[in-house]
Write a protein that binds this ligand. Sequence first.
Ligand code: C2E
Ligand code: CA
Ligand code: CA
Length: 533
Amino acid sequence: MDQKVSALVAIFLAVVAITAPIATSLYLARQQSIADQESHVAKLAQDVLRRTDRTSEQLANALTALETTAAKSPCSPDNVRLMAQLALLSEQLQGIGYVSDDQLLCASFGMGDSPALVGPADYRSADGSDVRASVELPISPGTRFILVTRASSGYTGIIHPRLPLDILADGFAASLGIVGYSSQKVMDASGFFDPSWIAALGDHDKVEIIHDHYVVSVHRSKVGDYVAFAALPAVSLWDGIRRPAAFLLPMGVIAGALLAYVVLHTARSQLSLPALLRAAVRNDEFLVEYQPVINLQTGEWVGAEALVRWRRPGGEIVCPDLFIPVAEDTGVICRITERVLDLIGAQANGFFTEWPGFHFAINISSADLQSDRLAELLKRLADRTGACSGNLVLEVTERGLIKGEKVKNRLRELRTGGVRIVIDDFGTGFSSLSYLKSFELDALKIDKSFVDAIGIDAATSHVVFHLIEMAKGLKLELIAEGIEEESQLAYLRRHGVHHGQGWLLGKPMPLSELLRHLRSTRENIEAPAALLG
Ligand code: C2E
Ligand code: CA
Ligand code: CA
């Protein structure tokens, strides 16, 4: 159940690992795109406002000029000439005229004696101007103008609606417009407009919002009672997102995949190894190889260390260094030991009847030493292989020799039963000599790291010398492991080390190969004897 939860957590983490960076990159791309578009519409709205403000200022100046002249009659030839003059000087005004009773009575462009009906104002702004947003004049049929009439005097500015909006709104279908601030009425607009955009402005001078698929910017005029707006449809947001997303998305995918790989890899090795090991015990995935132990004085093969290997269903062989520590931590080790003893029993059935002087060394962990089954398992192995006293050896590390009478008694019982005890990896632990002496032991196995140092590292070589002397003092047998060089072999021999193991002498091998060697050496010894006989 725990493993199921762990696996679910691992999957969840992997999914988060994949999706989080992608979602973040998309979010960032969209945020970037929105920010870009907001600044774009803000610029458009600002442009429209600037042009409208300029028109409005010129209009105010012209109308004030007319008002201050205080002509006898607004439509007198002199006053109409002044209107023409003022209109000519203004870039933004198409014309200037005089409106009374919803009629344009005279204008800068000359209307003869026929006044034009302009209809009632659409609204009156807070600054006292009557605004007519769409008026067709007889002088220019088909064109609509904006008429802004100062209510106090009747003087009127005539503006072409394209003027304030005639800005470069580039390829986008931008909506632009001018809306009365108090009246909320549209003065001039192109494209879609939603009155709630103006409401969003509140008391502020400007605002950028995203509303109903539009990115909108609204700017309020400081000179007149109106606002300018610009809006872009949000569909174009995806166009904006495309470029940053093209960069960010692959980055997100790569980062996500890497994270997922790391998470799953860790999860696989950390979470499921114990489960895989248990399954391996059930499915018989272990095998044993035997590495010869050699009498360094005679060169004779006197024993072999059994080394476990795990063959995965795919055929891949896993080294014990990778799974034994996990097996020890999770308690699977006892089942593996049982399986190893079982395999040796099956492969080496009756072995010692043929080779009574040989031994098998078996690696065991502290959990095995504490288990009540070990003696029983060894007894069964002895029965199957025909082992007598000295044929079975247990290799225990210093770490495995935990304190306590129980382990001590168990070792004593095993020894009484004819099993020999070797301290493995000797020299790498921190046990004091007196502590080791308190156990009943038969041999010490000098760790490979010390053998490696022979002739290379003077200080460590010195330690090897002392280890050898110490063992002699304790009257313990010595085995050197990991011999790879002739020089190491020569040194160990010279210093009286009894037994050795290493690739130079023999690699771990199947039992059949070990037997082939034993038989061929026996024949070599027996053959000359037979010839003599
Ligand atoms: P160990 O008991 O110190 O075993 C010796 C290791 O050194 C073996 O590695 C062996 O293949 C390797 N070796 C032998 N000669 C040489 C050499 O000349 N050069 C080099 N480089 N290596 C050499 P292996 O088989 O991978 O075993 C690693 C460790 O796994 C063992 O260290 C032992 O602690 C543990 N182990 C192996 N089999 C068992 C088992 O059945 N039960 C338990 N509890 N532990 C085991
Ligand atoms: Ca060993
Ligand atoms: Ca060792």
